[in-house]
Design a binder for this molecule. Sequence first.
Ligand SMILES: *Cc1c(COP(=O)(O)O)cnc(C)c1O
Length: 211
Amino acid sequence: MLREDIKAFINTIPKDVTIVAATKYVDSSDMLDLYNAGITNFGENRTDAFLDKYNQLFEYDITWHFIGHLQKNKAKDIINKIDYLHSLDSLELAKIIDKNRKTPLKVFIEVSVNLEENKNGVAYFKLNDFYQELLQYKNIEVVGLMMMAIKQDDDVHLEKQFNKLNELRCELENKFNKKLPYLSMGMSDDYKIALKCGATHIRLGRILWKN
Ligand SMILES: *Cc1c(COP(=O)(O)O)cnc(C)c1O
């Protein structure tokens, strides 16, 4: 269920920032409540859940994001239904998207700024090469970078992680002389800090709903 003060909450977020509602905890009727409160960008984590919700709500004026790890063998099922992919992190996946997508797909490259083991994302020191490879694919339009922060108690360490993603974004823009306008970072616990560091897309789950 939606938090009661959802409209007031939405009003605390700067107008030029996109709230992508993470929908993994809720069903399509909750999503409609959120839609009626003014949020029209939704992000799913799993392809089966995405298809379920998409099939129920595709007639609404919704922008569909996929924010979870996208398995290569499932990519085809959703690739022409989503508007944004936040988690591109492999060239194999890029190849599949390029081949199956009918129009250029807007993607964020998921970056590992902390180099944690067993986590998704392109290691930050491989980002230049990865980006360069992506330029050959006509059906992939890189619009920005995405990250998941490591939970940290103090704001300074979180800021360091978020600032790093923004620095990487600037480096790519300068090196390739191509605009890279977006930063997808910040979740319920850390979005305020992410906003300070330049987030253009915040992915919010728990904070939108009543516990
Ligand atoms: C669930 C999820 C979120 C939102 O998490 P909350 O902490 O509930 O705000 C953001 N991004 C991704 C990739 C997620 O899976």
